[in-house]
Design a protein around this ligand. Structure first.
Ligand SMILES: *Cc1c(COP(=O)(O)O)cnc(C)c1O
Length: 392
């Protein structure tokens, strides 16, 4: 089919006209259970009254002014982000990649100020940090990187969830300034890291004077049942990267910093025209407010555990199913064989899911999903998986 849009996505043959909660309706009036939430973005589901009101009211007053002026909504959202993350300062951008790019620049500047001539960042196997050149250099995906070289230097990749690998990389490269990682990898296949690993990494970063930078773009904003996934390990990083769920659907990214990472970037060192506008910050404030007042972190933990248990028990003993994993409402089912075809079959059955790393079925439903809706996911998805695995 010819299109006016560049062909960078293999799009499914469906368009949605409206939604409510976890449900979306297509142009034919058919209803779908949205277990993807726009890739973890629409954490309050669709048509959430508080978010719609906040965006509408702010749009009617003023949408954009720029960072040449004070922006009270930005100040208020930064304060709230500092509270939920235990950080002390926030820098806004417009996406996950852009926020990671800011974290990378912060780490490099931190090294530069110490006279480091090649500030190097340790990153992880199967990581995902975005598609700009800098974040692509930090991302471990051959598919995403191929054809886009030369990529910026200054990154060393190590085995994920392996503290010794990080230590060895630091021994080999004295110019390391930071470690950048997802503590629960998303695009990499819903891969968790151990609590002992996160604690050990924190300690190692302290010993070596490295910044610990955690990319919570997908795992943050309540998705795992805490505001940030690393909070399960009770550690405090130096930089936290946020985007996806932060605006409930509007494009917003941010990094929050503390300790040695605070105050590194000064006037003129970084900037953004759109970042942190009154409109997106009003949306961010309403999103964080609703997540809190409606106890959606607790809900993510409870319904997430219910959904995981439901999938585990319904798939138990099914040939071709390797593992159900993840935390809260960030879940994956790994199969033995590539299963991208299941996305289209689920769509036909009225369910929106996604497959990452070829063999991992991924679910990132809105955080307000209830147990009955989670049961509906199991009811639709499990027979599809069983039928698929039974095929030759
Ligand atoms: C989605 C994602 C990004 C990139 O975010 P964009 O908004 O697509 O640029 C970065 N890091 C992680 C962990 C992500 O899941």
């Amino acid at each position: 089919m010819s299109s006016a849009i560049s062909n960078t996505y293999g799009r499914l043959p469906v368009a949605f006209t409206h939604g409510k909660g976890v449900w979306l309706w297509d142009t034919n009036g058919r209803r779908y259970l949205d277990a993807m939430a726009g890739i973890g973005v629409s954490c309050l589901g669709h048509d959430h009254p508080k978010l719609v009101a906040a965006i509408s009211e702010q749009a009617a007053r003023v949408i954009h002014t720029s960072n040449l002026y004070q922006i009270p909504q930005q100040e208020a959202l930064a304060k709230r982000i500092n509270e939920i993350s235990n950080m002390t300062e926030v820098l806004f951008g417009n996406s996950g990649a852009e926020a990671n790019e800011a974290a990378i620049k912060l780490a490099r500047y931190y090294g530069y100020k110490k006279g480091n001539d090649l500030p190097t960042i340790i990153t992880m196997e199967s990581s995902w940090h975005g598609r700009t050149l800098g974040t692509l250099a930090a991302t471990d995906s051959e598919k995403a990187r191929t054809g886009f070289g030369p990529l910026p230097e200054g990154f060393v990749k190590v085995k994920y969830n392996d503290l010794e690998a990080v230590r060895n990389a630091g021994d080999k490269e004295p110019r390391v300034v930071a470690v950048l990682l997802e503590v629960l990898q998303g695009e990499g296949g819903i891969r968790p890291s151990d609590i002992a690993y996160m604690k050990g990494l924190r300690k190692l970063c302290d010993e070596r004077g490295w910044l610990m930078m955690i990319d919570e773009v997908q795992s943050g904003i309540g998705r795992t049942g805490k505001w940030l996934a690393h909070q399960w390990a009770d550690i405090l990083p130096d930089v936290v990267v946020l985007a996806k769920g932060l605006g409930g659907g509007v494009p917003i990214g941010a990094i929050a910093a503390r300790g040695p990472a605070a105050g590194v970037l000064g006037p003129g060192s970084h900037g953004t025209t759109f970042g942190g506008s009154p409109l997106v910050c009003a949306a961010g404030l309403a999103t964080l407010g609703a997540l809190e007042s409606e106890k959606l972190l607790e809900n993510a933990a409870i319904v997430g555990a219910h959904l995981k248990a439901g999938l585990e028990s319904a798939l138990k003993g099914t040939p071709g199913v390797l593992e159900v994993r993840g935390q809260g409402l960030m879940l994956g089912v790994e199969l033995e064989k590539p299963c991208g075809v299941l996305v289209g079959r689920a769509l036909e059955a009225g369910l929106l899911i996604n497959v990452t790393r070829d063999r991992v079925i991924r679910m990132l439903p809105p955080l307000l999903i209830n147990k009955a809706e989670a049961d509906e996911i199991v009811k639709i998805l499990v027979p599809l998986i069983k039928a698929f695995n039974a095929e030759q």
